[in-house]
Design a protein around this ligand. Structure first.
Ligand code: NDP
Length: 284
């Protein structure tokens, strides 16, 4: 039987710590601010942004959501980013992805002041992470590292397999695990004999976006299994990339979906907004 990593509980604890930091900053007349730019009126992004806004309010951040219609021009979006780059009230700027096809995502990410890029997606921040001198780290893999820390899961010398190679989850996860001295492999849709490869892993992180994909034949007994996936089944119910019922008895630690990785992602966003504020206001 595996220990179920309670991401929700850990997230609440860390958010309380961040809220105390916000209070301490306020006593010095400083209020950390986060602005979220949301394009379009439909899709899961609405829920993600709502949750981010609620968390920001809960911990006492100045929080603003800028909403734009789905047909907003790239130029208008870039100009808005420029305005917030120059606005000292906002220490963090987040553009909710994905963007509509007519907008160049890379151009938009590049326009954000890297010091205000609290999502850690700006190429400069990704480059810093890959070079081993991170400033802001993509929130999902960062939250997973906090889980390893909280549950005292040893990483040094362990074999880690990450399934999925996106810039926002898989690749930064690989670099964080590498920095923690794990021996890292990244798998993707062209990987051959994936289940056999996965059975060699002490640490398995799955971020592919396919419900219940990872079954018991992927698991080395005693492995640590982290499920990043957020998928909807036919009834609209949230489902991870890992078949929890099959895998949980084999794993030493496992994250559930929901109440696993998801709440940690938002928590790291809040924390990195406060850190960005400290750097901008106090030169830390
Ligand atoms: P992407 O779609 O950007 O990347 C998916 C990756 O998975 C790709 O590298 C792809 O390979 C790989 N992949 C897809 N199918 C397979 C397969 N059958 N076998 C092996 N590899 C496969 O996804 P994201 O990284 O953005 O997100 C992944 C999942 O995590 C989604 O469910 C998303 O909703 C969730 N997510 C959850 C977050 C949270 O806070 N909990 C935050 C961010 C994402 P290839 O490159 O070859 O195409």
């Amino acid at each position: 039987m595996g220990t179920i990593i309670n991401g929700k509980e850990l997230a609440e604890k860390l958010q309380q710590q961040t809220a105390s930091e916000v209070k301490a900053l306020e006593a010095q007349g400083i209020r950390p601010g986060l602005v979220v730019l949301l394009v379009g009126e439909e899709g899961p992004s609405q829920i993600y942004v709502k949750n981010k806004q609620l968390a920001a309010e809960r911990i006492g951040l100045r929080s603003k959501v800028m909403r734009y219609p789905a047909d907003v021009s790239e130029l208008e979006l870039l100009e808005a980013i420029e305005t917030f780059n120059d606005d000292p009230a906002y220490h963090g700027i987040l553009v909710q992805l994905p963007l509509p096809k007519h907008i160049d995502e890379e151009k938009v990410l590049l326009a954000i002041d890297p010091h205000k890029d609290v999502d850690g997606f700006h190429p400069l921040n990704l480059g810093r992470l890959f070079a081993g001198v991170p400033e802001t780290i993509p929130c999902t893999p960062y939250g997973i590292m906090k889980m390893f820390e909280a549950y005292e899961i040893e990483l040094a010398g362990k074999r880690a397999l990450i399934i999925g190679r996106s810039n926002i989850v898989g690749k930064p996860m690989a670099h964080l695990l590498l920095a923690a001295d794990a021996t890292v492999t990244i798998a993707h849709s062209k990987t051959k004999n994936l289940a056999a490869l996965a059975r060699e892993a002490d640490i398995l992180v799955v971020a592919i976006g396919q419900g219940n994909f990872v079954t018991q034949e992927f698991i080395k007994p005693g492995a640590v299994v982290i499920d990043v996936g957020m998928n909807r089944d036919a009834n609209g119910k949230l489902q991870g990339d890992v078949n929890f019922a099959e895998v949980e008895p084999l794993a030493s630690f496992i994250t559930p979906v929901p109440r696993g990785v998801g709440p940690m992602t938002i928590t790291m966003l809040m924390q990195q907004t406060v850190e960005a504020c400290r750097r901008q206001e106090l030169g830390e």
